[in-house]
Design a protein around this ligand. Structure first.
Ligand SMILES: CCCCCCCCCCCCCC(=O)SCCNC(=O)CCNC(=O)[C@H](O)C(C)(C)COP(=O)(O)OP(=O)(O)OC[C@H]1O[C@@H](n2cnc3c(N)ncnc32)[C@H](O)[C@@H]1OP(=O)(O)O
Length: 251
């Protein structure tokens, strides 16, 4: 399990990620968010189709993003230029994320939504963007929890923290093993996450044993001074027959 880190800049630099300069928080460029870049898609044809206008991609800057969020986003975008990192687009329907080859016979329903995208107001719910590094089996999520995710006054609800961790680790597991489900998720909540702050959720697949994918994750503040949470997870690659049965039971 990872240990508490010092400055995130140092920690990220050690792990090949860009840290933020101290004092970046709260600064906002007069021109507002950078124009959204459109790096290559990590997934299959459905996502690519969505990029052409079928579905809105929410993993792009909007007016609610703080300067920390924008700065980190831009640094990660820079890292996508050499192709090692890829921004993962985010839609409000899970089927838009899944390549055709993985869809089996799922029907796209109009009355369902990805839980993370269930709050429409910009900045009120889960503001996040994920970046995938396939060769490192790693997904990093930049997360800014909004006011509707409140648990204790002023802080993010533990369930919302579990949700973003599960989704970040889950994206990592999907990129490694395709059709998977969370079998176990264990979280140590170390320090509360202030609403409106920006945290990094850094996940990686540690081991694959048959159908089992073991992953770990840590959630830290942008300045690296605060470890908010650490987690381990087990995802199980779905057995094809069981997956068909599960599908049939929910249609
Ligand atoms: C790049 C990608 C972008 C994508 C963006 C999308 C973002 C969104 C991402 C959203 C992500 C959100 C994700 C979500 O929200 S997933 C939703 C939450 N999860 C569930 O609902 C899962 C419910 N559980 C099940 O369906 C089944 O139990 C599963 C499928 C997990 C396994 O049932 P299955 O019948 O297939 O397997 P098996 O029973 O033959 O067991 C196989 C092996 O595994 C071992 N085992 C099993 N369970 C556990 C356990 N708990 N601890 C330790 N070990 C366990 C077991 O001992 C055996 O080991 P062995 O005896 O072989 O050694």
């Amino acid at each position: 399990m990872w240990r508490r880190c010092g400055a995130l800049g140092r920690a990220l630099a050690l792990r090949g990620l860009p840290g933020l300069a101290p004092g970046a928080a709260g600064r906002r460029t007069a021109s507002g968010p950078s124009p959204p870049a459109r790096p290559g898609l990590p997934c299959g044809t459905a996502a690519a189709g969505s990029q052409l206008g079928q579905s809105k991609d929410y993993a792009l800057p909007n007016a609610s993003w703080s300067q920390d969020m924008l700065d980190l986003y831009n640094r990660f975008l820079d890292m996508t230029k050499d192709g090692l990192w890829k921004r993962i687009p985010s839609y409000n329907n899970i089927l838009d994320h899944i390549p055709e080859s993985m869809k089996l016979t799922y029907e796209k329903r109009k009355d369902t939504r990805l839980f993370l995208r269930s709050i429409d107001a910009e900045g009120a719910g889960f503001e996040y963007v994920m970046f995938l590094n396939t060769s490192e089996k790693r997904v990093v999520c930049l997360f800014q929890p909004g006011s509707y995710l409140e648990g204790h006054p002023g802080f993010a609800h533990g369930g919302s923290i579990a949700t973003i961790i599960d989704s970040t680790i889950g994206s990592c597991a999907i990129s490694v093993a395709g059709k998977v489900m969370t079998a176990n998720l264990s979280i140590d909540y170390v320090n509360p996450v202030p609403l409106g702050s920006v945290v990094l959720v850094d996940s990686k697949a540690d081991k694959v044993e048959g159908r089992k994918v073991f992953l770990s994750c840590k959630m830290q503040s942008v300045d690296g001074n605060t470890l908010h949470a650490e987690a381990t997870a087990l995802f199980i690659q779905l057995d094809a027959t069981k997956a068909q049965k599960q599908q049939a039971s929910c249609q």
